[in-house]
Design a protein around this ligand. Structure first.
Ligand code: E4P
Length: 218
């Protein structure tokens, strides 16, 4: 499973790139807004740091303007993927961009039917938002399972990015189900590396090592 980082924060991206674990980045208008900087400049810097796909979202309400907005974004780098919200106009924009060879990620997917339509429109990626479904007492991972089955049934090439991941269990379930990609906030990435028994084990080994060195000194 590929791992994307779900952030627009430069220091988080630098740390994740140093770890060598990151296959791409997803941003959205809220994440860019959190950084408080001119978004094109921020995206430019992100693209310099990341060799895999970098997702930049359009905000226009109609297809024609979405396609226009995509223009300067794709010029930022070959690895830019245009994120388009799931809606009628969005699907039209996906089709037009696909015809131009531009990669798209249909975002804010909350049903298997939406994912199927996005794939048929020519989306390179679809993003089911699991955490937001769980937040309203639904089952986000069930949606991912449904999309995996549908895409397998019809051999769609569209990749599934599990988004709105809140905790390591979402990440592990994504891999068990066979999603192509999980996009994780930096805090979740940190948690994935940790286990209390690992910390306890390291501590015990270090203490025993010190004990041995002290014994040998005597
Ligand atoms: C994905 O591409 C989105 O940026 C993101 O996962 C949304 O997550 P949230 O529900 O935590 O805002």
């Amino acid at each position: 499973m590929k791992i994307f980082l779900d952030t627009a924060n430069i220091s988080e991206i630098k740390r994740a790139v140093d770890l060598g674990l990151i296959d791409g980045v997803t941003t959205n208008p809220s994440l860019l807004s959190k950084e408080g900087r001119e978004p094109m400049a921020q995206l430019k810097e992100i693209i310099k740091l990341v060799s895999g796909p970098v997702n930049a979202e359009v905000v226009s309400p109609d297809a024609e303007d979405m396609v226009k907005e995509a223009g300067p974004l794709v010029k930022l780098g070959k690895n830019v993927v245009i994120k388009i919200p799931m809606c009628e106009q969005g699907l039209i924009a996906v089709k037009r961009l696909a015809e131009q060879g531009i990669k798209t990620n249909v975002t804010l997917v909350f049903s298997p039917a939406q994912a199927l339509l996005a794939a048929k429109a020519g989306a390179s990626y679809v993003s089911p938002f699991v955490g937001r479904i769980d937040d309203i007492a639904g089952n986000g991972m069930e949606l991912v399972e449904q999309i995996v089955t549908i895409f397998d049934n019809y051999l769609f090439k569209t990749e599934i990015i599990v988004a709105s991941i809140r905790h390591p269990v979402h990440f592990v379930q994504s891999a068990m189900i066979g999603a192509h990609i999980a996009t994780v906030p930096f805090g979740v990435l940190e948690k994935l590396m940790k286990h209390p028994l690992t910390d306890k084990g390291i501590d015990a080994f270090n203490k025993d090592w010190e004990k041995l060195k002290n014994t040998l000194k005597k």
